[in-house]
Design a protein around this ligand. Sequence first.
Ligand SMILES: [Zn+2]
Length: 102
Amino acid sequence: MTIAKTHHAEKVVRIIVRIGPLSGIEPLLLESAFNISCAGTLAESAEFLTETLPILVLCNNCGAESEATTNNLLCQSCGGYNTKLLSGDELILARVELENAD
Ligand SMILES: [Zn+2]
């Protein structure tokens, strides 16, 4: 964990990751991958939390922003299918909480 070393941390307490439903990332799989990759590191006992991000689309027809679902990216305002994805496909490292030695 480079971040922990940079901050002279004793250990990583908590890691929070935000996942968009369209990212194709399964939170549980990510968590188990995290646990495996952190074994024997400063983050070994860290709590791993995931937050799901909403899917937001911008309508090219009426200009409205609306929340969409994985299988339905239509504009909620006019029902148009000509939409642009604003968010929902990202994987963001939101926060890393460290415990310092001093
Ligand atoms: Zn629309």
